[in-house]
Design a protein around this ligand. Structure first.
Ligand code: AP5
Length: 202
């Protein structure tokens, strides 16, 4: 099973991907987490990515495609994986299809988390407040102005991928406004239900 969790920043992709990993025994691949780890380790990729991420922009396609191409060859990916935050551009989506095709694999479902903008802003404010309460660092890109830029980038560069997956009949939508357990139950229903049919407007 190869899943893409798709949605705007703070829609709950990371929260649900962590649960899918445990419930369905597949690997969780978050490009955001991998890039933050590279920054923390001070690698070349981390040095390139830091300023871009802090500004709320997208890291270049070749960097993230390379990260995912390497990562999916690791042993924990043989039973499947859930992608959280990748692909984010049409280039990334077609590169993913090409790398999977080379292994005779394909994306099983693209699960789209629908959450409105007011709720996204509330969630990111809550996350920043929670970090401050615990004395943890706040994610630099959770700053309100940067978060607005991230939303703009999502609308301009990432949401336009959806028709690509619509044509493949891969899209399954869940109501991401519901409480965490409820969203998990909706995703479980997708994963145990019938495979998606081809889109009617293909
Ligand atoms: P990334 O780390 O992927 O960030 P994001 O997509 O903006 O998403 P978040 O991590 O903010 O949110 P999420 O949807 O995972 O929600 P979460 O579960 O955390 O990327 C960061 C940056 O890295 C990018 O801006 C870019 O620069 C770079 N990057 C990464 N991938 C890239 C790529 N492929 N190409 C180029 N650049 C890339 O939840 C958010 C909050 O809400 C949490 O506090 C959570 O507890 C809470 N919450 C979750 N679900 C619910 C719920 N149902 N009800 C109430 N609260 C909830």
């Amino acid at each position: 099973m190869i899943l893409v969790l798709f949605g705007p920043p703070a829609s709950g992709k990371g929260t649900q991907a962590a649960r899918i990993k445990v419930r369905h025994a597949i690997a969780h691949l978050s490009t955001g987490d991998m890039l933050r780890a590279a920054i923390a380790e001070g690698t070349e990729i981390g040095k390139k990515a830091k300023a871009i991420m802090d500004e709320g922009k997208l890291v270049p396609d070749d960097v993230v495609i390379g990260i995912i191409a390497d990562r999916i060859t690791q042993a924990d990916c043989t039973k499947g994986f859930v992608l959280d935050g990748f692909p984010r551009t049409l280039n990334q989506a077609s590169a993913l299809d090409a790398m999977l095709k080379a292994k005779a694999l394909s994306v099983t479902h693209v699960i789209v988390m629908d959450v409105n903008e007011a709720e996204l802003i509330k969630r990111v404010e809550n996350r920043a407040a929670e970090a401050r309460r615990k004395g943890d660092p706040v994610r630099p890109d959770d700053d309100p102005e940067t978060f607005k830029k991230r939303l703009g980038v999502y609308k301009a560069e990432t949401a336009p991928i959806l028709p690509y997956y619509e044509k493949q009949g891969k899209i399954r939508r869940v109501d991401g406004m519901k409480p965490v357990d409820d969203v998990t139950a909706q995703i479980d229903a997708v994963l145990t239900g019938p495979a998606p049919r081809k889109s009617w407007f293909r």
